[in-house]
Write a new protein. Sequence first.
Length: 128
Amino acid sequence: MFINPDIAKLLLRVSLGVLILFHGIHKVIHGIGGVKSMVVSAGLPEFFAYGVYVGELIAPIFIILGLYARVASTVLALNMFVAIYLAYGFSLTLSKFGGLAWETPLFYFIMSLLVVLLGSGKYAVNSK
């Protein structure tokens, strides 16, 4: 049986990075007005909203490339944690389909933590 943990790490990194990058590109095209309003509603300064560009544009590119993937994944995990807090407040409400309302950002948060724990593997720009 063919087992290669480094290919699994590559698949994890690329899938996570590409999926999050779509969100970042959407924010570049359509702006971050929604994020700004959530940040201000939480009592935080409006400029904090611009951190979403770091978390959803820069970090995913680094994750895809495997360039400081652990650091970039930590940034993304923090971004997802804040997104969950701002959008859902950690409420245990269910979606209309029966799942946790914030399961998608939670999934991204967990994937980010996996990259932090596992590292980028040998198929990465700065592999050892």
